[in-house]
Design a protein around this ligand. Structure first.
Ligand code: AP5
Ligand code: MG
Length: 187
């Protein structure tokens, strides 16, 4: 299965993907994780991305498409994948469609996990204490939410127009949300 997980920052995409990958037996591909890895490793890409991520803005489309393309070329992605954090604007939607058409692996379904902003802010604040992610401070979170509203929310409509989106309530326990997503995928 080729699945795109949509939803605001802190909405639970990474958390759900960690369980879905075992259930669906496909890799979890998070562009945020790939970029954080590049920052950590100090690669040229990481050096370019670091300040942009710390500000909560989007890294350039070409850079992100490049790492995604490399990741999709690995063997484990040949039977499907869960995309988390990509596409994040309408240009990336078009780029992804172009790439997946070329490799004859179109998206099957998108799941939009919906969580109110006040809950997101609480969840990210508690992760900030546990993990210390560089972009989990209050100011950057505010900008990440703004970027989401302005640039990423239209991605939901992009897949909606193609009849590919299931909307799932992201409130409740991790297992409850997981069951809702599996219900949507089976239904
Ligand atoms: P990215 O890593 O994608 O971050 P994000 O979209 O801001 O999302 P998060 O990872 O914060 O949230 P999530 O939805 O995965 O939620 P999680 O499961 O962690 O991107 C980071 C940056 O990289 C971007 O700002 C940008 O600069 C760059 N970037 C990445 N992709 C890009 C792209 N395509 N183009 C350009 N730039 C790009 O959950 C959050 C917290 O809530 C966790 O602590 C979790 O334990 C908790 N939680 C989860 N579910 C529940 C629940 N049901 N109940 C209670 N707590 C819960
Ligand atoms: Mg994440």
């Amino acid at each position: 299965m080729r699945l795109v997980l949509l939803g605001a920052p802190g909405g639970g995409k990474g958390t759900q993907a960690a369980q879905l990958k075992d259930e669906l037996n496909v890799p979890h591909i998070s562009t945020g994780d790939l970029l954080r890895g590049a920052v950590q490793a100090g690669t040229p890409l990481g050096l370019k991305a670091k300040a942009v991520m710390e500000a909560g803005d989007l890294v350039s489309d070409d850079l992100v498409l490049g790492i995604l393309e490399d990741r999709l070329a690995e063997d484990d992605a040949s039977n499907g994948f869960i995309l988390d954090g990509f596409p994040r604007n309408l240009v990336q939607c078009e780029m992804l469609d172009g790439l997946l058409t070329r490799i004859e692996q179109p998206i099957d379904v998108a799941v939009n996990i919906v969580v109110p902003e006040e809950v997101i802010v609480e969840r990210i604040a508690s992760r900030a204490q546990q993990e210390g992610r560089a972009d989990d401070n209050e100011e950057t979170v505010r900008n990440r939410l703004k970027v989401y509203r302005e640039q990423t929310a239209p991605v939901v409509d992009y897949y909606g127009e193609r009849d590919l989106v299931h909307t799932v309530d992201g409130l409740g326990t991790i297992d409850e949300v997981f069951d809702r997503i599996m219900g949507a995928l089976k239904g």
